[in-house]
Design a protein around this ligand. Structure first.
Ligand code: FAD
Length: 396
């Protein structure tokens, strides 16, 4: 028999979609979730593991509630291929699962080929990314711990769009906070392919100039093109080579590989266009794509908060379609991204996005959202509560 809804990826988008299809259908629609990891590990807050104030255990949530409380069948495997014509997914183990509706939320694919030598450096465990939270986050923290005082950590940022616009800028704050406390002669170099800080720019720059004066140096317009892990060097399209003790090199990103391989990356071959009323791919019927993999409307970031919102819009539309209900969706979603500038103080950016039927896209609601006046400990409390709330919404 056919699975009604098959969800690929148990991250921010997929876990939320699996739970909400069950909830909104009064537990009448069968949901299977395929995810290779044994538990959910959150990218939000993972920079604090690098800073040393949180552990991987603090950001890990089991899939038990999806299974036991919500009756989602969680399969620990990965989807190797999808046949959109036959409506069948083939798993890495060789098993096949048919579906009425497929939901893909596979996150991002790191394009190692965009930087010469990076694949080899990565495979050798020498130059890490840690842009998917888990063992690599721990390995990068170990590299920072092993670095002598007076050493240099360098982070390269790819051209936008990439997963989590403020993520790299939060990361350098976390590493600098650790250095300031534990190895004060060390330096942080931030090498950005973009012309300027792409999120919360004035706020981050103030923190770097004041709290991390003499520690963080920002260099815009530095697009990494090659690395050599034997000399720990990174080369740029324009600008001098940089040698660092710990190199953290982020390549260009695109939609999760399964979305690309299924032929859904119809925006520059990198991201997936969707119909924003139900998040159905514009390239394949009955395949819905969520989260970082999609080509977002202007002003919408690739964030966990967004992926969670996409999932709820998609789940409502899918349940309505499978039940033959007429609905007239007018989705309104919001986003908040908190960034920890040290172990306690936080800044945020927020926005509200409304579906505009005449233009078939989301538009940022005028006057909505904004940014913090400056870092505070109160926002630090909000940020940690945001994380716990969204984990409980997606997985609880
Ligand atoms: P993910 O959450 O990555 O989920 C994808 C899942 O799909 C993974 O579990 C993966 O194992 C699985 N998968 C992939 N391919 C397959 C396959 N073929 N078969 C089965 N499963 C598969 N966002 C915020 O909102 N707030 C923040 O503060 C924030 N901080 C961040 C900090 C960092 C350092 C980083 C890297 C990201 C941060 N983000 C933040 C962004 C956020 O993590 C992503 O936007 C979010 O995870 C996107 O959700 P997703 O469902 O698209 O992908």
């Amino acid at each position: 028999s056919k699975t009604k809804v098959l969800v690929v990826g148990g991250g921010y988008g997929g876990a939320t979609a699996a739970k909400y299809v069950r909830l909104l259908s009064d537990y009448q629609i069968d949901v299977v979730l395929v995810e290779p990891q044994s538990a959910f590990v959150s990218c939000p807050i993972s920079n604090l593991v690098l800073g040393g104030s949180k552990t991987i255990a603090d950001i890990t949530v089991p899939y038990d509630n999806l299974r036991k409380r919500h009756g989602v069948t969680v399969v620990r495997d990965s989807v190797a291929r999808v046949d959109p014509a036959k409506k069948v997914a083939v798993l890495a183990s060789g098993a096949t699962i048919g579906y009425d509706k497929l939901v893909l939320s596979p996150g991002i694919d790191l394009m190692f080929d965009s930087i010469e030598g990076l694949q080899e450096a990565h495979d050798a465990g020498r130059i890490l990314q840690a842009w998917k939270a888990g063992p690599e986050t721990v390995a990068l923290r170990k590299q920072l711990e092993a670095m002598p005082d007076g050493g240099v950590y360098a982070l390269t940022v790819p051209e936008a769009p990439y997963r989590c616009p403020p993520g790299p800028y939060e990361r350098v704050c976390q590493v600098a906070a650790y250095f300031k406390a534990a190895k004060p002669r060390s330096k942080v170099l931030l090498l950005d392919a973009n012309p300027d800080v792409t999120s919360k720019g004035p706020l981050f720059k103030k923190v770097w100039a004041e709290q991390y004066k003499g520690i963080i140096e920002y260099r815009p317009q530095h697009k990494a093109v090659a690395v050599d892990h034997k000399t720990n060097t990174v080369k740029f399209e324009v600008g001098d080579d940089v040698k660092a003790d710990v190199l953290n090199v982020l390549p260009t990103m695109r939609a999760g590989r399964i979305a690309v391989d299924t032929g859904l990356a119809n925006a520059n071959g990198r991201w997936c266009h969707v119909n924003f009323l139900n998040f159905e791919s514009t390239a394949a019927k009955d395949i819905h794509v969520l989260g970082d993999s999609i080509q977002l409307a202007p002003g919408m970031p690739k964030s966990g908060h967004m992926a969670n919102s996409h999932a709820k819009v998609a789940a409502a539309a899918i349940v309505a379609e499978l039940n033959g209900w007429e609905i007239n969706p007018a989705p309104m979603v919001n986003n908040t991204c908190y960034s920890f500038v040290d172990d306690k103080k936080v800044i945020h950016v927020a926005s509200v996005h409304e579906y505009v039927a005449a233009e078939k896209t989301f538009k940022t609601v005028a006057g909505s959202g904004g940014v913090s006046p400056g870092p505070t400990e109160l926002e630090g409390i909000y940020a940690w509560n945001w994380a716990q709330n969204i984990w409980s919404d997606a997985l609880g």
